[in-house]
Design a protein around this ligand. Structure first.
Ligand code: CA
Length: 242
């Protein structure tokens, strides 16, 4: 099953083989179990402004800018665009609600997978649209010794966020590697889209409530139902690459 997915990738990108050097991890919903909090905060913030946005919908918009999400919901729910003032107010409400929730835990299986990745001599990297100031500190606390600051891509590094390929292309550039020397690990439709658009073999881990099809439709090369499942299959997967 893995060999078939890898062969399909190689054929469509005209490569002979994958020579893996780095694994590019998305952060929210992959390394941290943080999407539930985002979904709750979005749902509640919209409710306070008289609009309906289900928790599940938050997962569909994952990776979009706050303003972009607010415009989509406002246009649908109120048949008009939100003003810049409204966008600011709604987004501030969402952020306040999010920050009041307990800090998200490590995603189950993430630490174990990272250890395997490292043991195989590969460089783990983080590629996130998040722009939290405390990001590196939090990563180092939860995943000590795993990530290098100079090999991270955050909101501060790029002009275009996911689904644009820029964040992943920037990661390749920072690591000095080509597309067939990395794989992407993503949980969101727009994240998968970004990895695929960057020409990188993209593994979807479906850690949220969306149907698998939503991630596969964006071109995911492989899908696992959880990080734990990916971790259990890592050896087999890594062997298939070699
Ligand atoms: Ca994510």
């Amino acid at each position: 099953m893995f060999q078939q997915a890898i062969q399909h990738y190689l054929n469509s990108h005209h490569y002979d083989h994958l020579s893996l050097k780095a694994v590019l991890f998305d952060m929210d919903g992959v390394l941290f179990d943080s999407m539930k909090n985002h979904a709750t905060a979005w749902h509640e913030a919209m409710r306070q402004y008289g609009m309906h946005m289900s928790r599940e919908e938050a997962y569909l918009h994952e990776g979009r800018t706050g303003a972009g999400t607010i415009q989509i919901v406002s246009t649908r729910e109120r048949h008009r665009e939100a003003t810049p003032e409204e966008i600011e107010a709604i987004y501030r409400t969402k952020s306040d609600l999010f920050n009041a929730l307990p800090t998200a835990e490590r995603m189950p299986g993430a630490w174990e997978l990272l250890q395997q990745v490292k043991a195989c001599g590969l460089q783990p990297m983080v590629v996130t649209g998040s722009g939290q100031q405390s990001l590196l500190e939090r990563l180092n606390q939860n995943f000590p010794g795993m990530f290098q600051a100079d090999l991270m891509v955050t909101a501060f590094d790029v002009k275009h966020g996911k689904p644009h390929p820029e964040p992943y292309l920037m990661a390749l550039q920072k690591a000095g590697i080509a597309a067939h020397e990395a794989i992407v690990v993503e949980n969101a439709p727009m994240g998968v889209q970004a990895g695929v658009a960057a020409g990188i073999f993209t593994v979807a881990v479906n850690t949220g409530p969306l149907p698998d099809e939503v991630l596969l439709e964006q071109g995911a090369d492989l899908l696992f139902p959880s990080m734990t499942d990916f971790c259990e299959n890592w050896e087999k997967f890594f062997h298939s690459i070699k």
